[in-house]
Design a binder for this molecule. Structure first.
Ligand SMILES: [Fe+2]
Ligand SMILES: [Fe+2]
Length: 223
């Protein structure tokens, strides 16, 4: 229905992938939601001292890192959806490569939550399905809009991480190192999208994206 409204032509799953690929993508989704992610790069800040935080600080930092972990679950789903419906092989490859870095962000935030004795969001499967749907739609709109959506997402994530750097305790060096490296990576992802021909999104779409992200961050901080 929505596809018809926005003029997207998707007749079947077979338009985009074989059955083997579909099984692989489903497996990827299940592993993202349920298994621990791995990082090929060293975890930022892992060589820094883990200075003891008081209980209130721990609860706050876990909340922030749970939001970031949840954001990385969404990033995985978005990139997966966008790569599946993107038409240009070069764009698909760039999306896959950026997704690999998002997997590392997933591993880093997950590790930090565990170090602080916290838990991940119960709603991760819901976030994943919602983000995958958005990614599939963005990809089907065509590469310039797909990349525009990606660039705007990454810019908003950068602003969000800036706010976390303000909110995180100054003595929490390990969390801060993770967020700082993630911020640098997200800036590169936005630049990658612009280099591949991202279109500027209408202001109203940017506003809707901010509203959705705001709801997600408020819920994931607690649930
Ligand atoms: Fe990320
Ligand atoms: Fe990113």
């Amino acid at each position: 229905m929505l596809c018809a409204v926005v003029g997207i032509q998707i007749t079947s799953l077979g338009d985009f992938m074989t059955l083997d690929q579909a099984i692989g993508e489903f497996d990827h989704a299940l592993r993202t939601i349920s298994a621990s992610a791995h990082s090929t790069r060293p975890i930022p800040g892992s060589d820094l001292p883990d200075i003891g935080l008081d209980q209130a600080q721990k609860v706050h930092v876990v909340g922030l890192m749970r939001v970031n972990h949840c954001g990385e679950i969404c990033a995985q789903a978005l990139y997966q959806g966008q790569a599946l419906t993107s038409r240009d092989p070069g764009v698909k490859e760039a999306l896959r490569s950026a997704a690999d870095e998002e997997t590392e962000h997933l591993a880093w935030t997950e590790r930090r939550i565990a170090e602080l004795g916290g838990r991940k969001s119960f709603l991760n499967p819901v976030w994943y399905i919602g983000s995958l749907t958005m990614g599939l739609l963005a990809g089907a709109l065509g590469d310039k809009w797909n990349l525009g959506f990606l660039a705007e997402t990454e810019r908003q994530v950068e602003a969000h991480l800036d706010s976390h750097l303000t909110s995180l305790p100054v003595e929490d060096l390990r969390s801060r190192a993770i967020v700082e490296q993630m911020r640098l990576d997200e800036i590169q992802h936005a630049e990658m999208a612009i280099q591949h021909g991202a279109a500027a999104l209408p202001v109203v779409i940017k506003g809707v994206m901010k509203t959705v992200a705001s709801v997600m961050t408020k819920v994931a901080y607690r649930v």
